[in-house]
Design a protein around this ligand. Sequence first.
Ligand SMILES: [Zn+2]
Length: 136
Amino acid sequence: MRSPLLIDTHCHLADRAFAGRLPAVIRAGRMAGVMKFIVPAIEPEEWQRLQVLHKSHSEIFPAYGLHPMHARLFSRNILEELESCARSAIAIGEIGLDYTLAVSRKYRCTLSANNSGLLESWTCRSCSTAAMPFRT
Ligand SMILES: [Zn+2]
């Protein structure tokens, strides 16, 4: 019987923690049967690293997004950059709420938009107080 093709659908191989040892990490994955890696990138700096990885590793498939913990970086320029990156993406990811973050667990927060359509604040649904400003 043939072994199934395994795909890791969420591994942060563009994280700086893997710099310099990515070939060994991919090799270890392949030895375990993982032949494809869907790699989310959670903020603009990581998008750039993932684009380079995608071009140099045929087994890496990008999924770009702006994680809520980086939402303060959001702007029209960032949105345009994300749209550009997304042209080579297999998915859009890391855009929902991360309930593993202490602030998310505590406040059960949701993102809200102001009149301009840009995200301005992270508002707690329970208490209606701003939990984190997006712009500093
Ligand atoms: Zn993730």
